[in-house]
Design a protein around this ligand. Structure first.
Ligand code: C2O
Ligand code: CU
Ligand code: CU
Length: 526
């Protein structure tokens, strides 16, 4: 296991990379932090539903210096919501009392590689470490979660995760609902077994599909209910499930008005995206502008995840191909294949084998209290951000899933050399490059949520025909992203302009795929 000092030494030894932290330190000056936080990861017992308490892992937080409102308590098993302001300098002490190694990653945040929470930075239980960063990200909905190699899925499943909201004063002029009219919805599916205890991995399927649950916890509680007044709300929705894809819709059929994705608000040019449903892959986020004033007094509406069969069809068609390709064979015989088909979709095997991808799920209930309708303000989304200067650089990554494991250009995460970075995993900071992902590397065709650390990127192209018809309309490729779903056979091109050089990661954010090694380093060089 690595201590922080070791890490810095290794980075120095890796050559050239020491320049990064030094430059950063200069850029932020020797400034004293505006906010000092302490986050403790430890076992806890919480009430996620009526009946016995559930044993979980949980982050608890404390403000050691600065704004008291930088941390907001969360119910259930979730960590506190961190509320930071753009431009603020933040110091966070992380204390590990989980009993296993851990490290915290600030998902979506542009921080130096020394603060990013790479698996090599994990510390033993009983140890702590401190990181600092300046909040560069625009206002938006980000996350923090563990990132130790091989056990990220388990730690996250048992409860280590939280929301990180970045705010900017200029949001007040955009006509958005004020913070008191915001709701956060963190979606996590769970299997809840005897005595209300979480059930994690149980079968081989769990490594292949990722761990799926049959109940959706919202903000760490089962059967979440919200009381709202008849006015507009800003809903921040984050999929913090290990593997579950949601097809989010209102039970009364009203469309969803999406105003932001992973990396902040859409620009005025992009505009509000009105969709009949939203397809949300693990660790993607959306923000909705929802006018509950458009419903009658006392209305009861539910947010649901609609059934979809797209992946089932895909699995079916793949069964035929698999034998011929020769690449995907292995332990996946025809019979296994048939069972997988059922698992991936709401197929008839699904019920027998446990929760399945694509089944209809209840998410949360909303009750509109009677009262005067508040007039909705006109929304003025921000001006588009200036684009980075275009470089000539292009990267290509081919995804494959063979013998129960994911590959990126035929490579997996190197546990012997955690800093390993190949030639086709380097790109310049300060310029816009194009990175093409194609999910056609053979083996088992399946969708993957791809994520890149330390950068916000734009999706510039998604090949036609790859997205299943019953999920297509819900795909939000608008705005700045850090995670996107890529279906079997699909090709997605992103424009990426890293601003902070350093050694970061890209990986599948299906946590079981990630833990299985579908993860690599990428180097943004100066
Ligand atoms: Cu949200 Cu590398 O992770
Ligand atoms: Cu990340
Ligand atoms: Cu994957």
């Amino acid at each position: 296991m690595w201590t922080r000092r070791n890490v810095l030494k290794t980075i120095a030894a890796a050559g050239g990379m020491l320049a990064t932290p030094a430059t950063l330190r200069q850029a932020i000056g020797a400034t004293e932090p505006d906010v000092v936080l302490k986050l403790v990861a430890a076992p806890a017992r919480v009430s996620v539903r009526s009946g016995p308490e559930t044993h979980v892992l949980r982050y608890t937080g404390e403000v050691l210096r600065g704004r008291r409102d930088a941390i907001r308590y969360s119910p259930g098993n979730l960590g506190p919501t961190l509320e930071l302001r753009r431009g603020e300098h933040v110091r966070i002490e992380v204390v590990n009392r989980t009993g296993t190694p851990t490290v915290v990653h600030w998902h979506g945040m542009i921080v130096s590689d020394t603060a990013d929470g790479h698996p090599h930075q994990a510390v033993h239980s009983g140890e702590s470490y401190t990181i600092e960063f300046t909040v560069r990200n625009p206002a938006g909905t980000y996350l923090y979660h563990p990132h130790p190699h091989r056990i990220t899925g388990r730690q996250t499943y048992y409860g280590l995760a939280g929301l990180l909201i970045v705010r900017e004063p200029k949001e007040r002029d955009l006509g958005l609902p004020a913070p008191e009219h915001e709701l956060q919805l963190i979606l996590q599916d769970r299997r809840i077994g005897k005595d209300n205890q979480f059930v994690f991995k149980r079968m081989m399927m769990d490594d292949m599909n990722g761990v799926l649950g049959d109940r959706v916890l919202v903000n760490g509680v089962d059967d979440a209910a919200f009381k709202v007044t008849p006015r507009a709300y800003r809903l921040r929705i984050a999929n913090v499930s290990n593997a579950r894809v949601y097809k989010l819709a209102w039970s009364d059929g009203r469309p969803l008005r999406v105003i932001a994705s992973d990396g902040g608000l859409f620009s005025r040019a992009e505009g509000v995206q009105e969709r009949p449903y939203v397809t949300l892959f693990p660790f993607e986020r959306v923000e909705l502008l929802e006018d509950f004033g458009a419903r009658r007094d006392g209305a009861e509406i539910a947010l649901v995840s609609r059934e979809f069969s797209g992946m089932d069809d895909m699995m079916g068609s793949m069964m035929g191909q698999q034998g011929e390709s020769g690449r995907g064979g292995g332990i996946m015989g025809g019979m296994m294949g048939g069972m997988m088909g059922g698992m991936m979709g709401g197929g008839m095997m699904g019920g027998m084998m446990g929760p399945s991808q694509g089944e209809e799920l209840h998410v949360a209930r909303f009750t509109v209290s009677p009262g005067p309708r508040a007039r909705t303000q006109a929304l003025a989304l921000p001006e588009p951000e200036p684009r980075a200067q275009e470089g000539k650089y292009e990267l290509r990554t081919q995804l494959a899933f063979r013998h129960m494991r994911g590959f990126l250009n035929d490579r997996r995460f190197d546990t012997e050399d955690m800093m390993a970075v190949a030639e086709d995993e380097r790109l310049p900071a300060g310029k816009a490059s194009v990175w093409t992902f194609s999910n056609d590397g053979g083996g088992m065709p399946m969708p993957h949520p791809m994520h890149i650390h330390g950068v916000r990127f734009r999706i510039i192209e998604r090949s036609a025909g790859g997205t299943p018809a019953d999920l297509r309309e819900g795909i939000i490729d608008t705005g700045y992203k850090d995670t996107f779903g890529i279906f079997a056979g699909e090709r997605v091109r992103v424009q990426i302009a890293p601003t902070v050089p350093g050694l970061f990661m890209y990986h599948c954010h299906n946590l079981e795929h990630e833990d299985g090694g579908m993860m690599r380093n990428c180097l943004f060089h100066a």
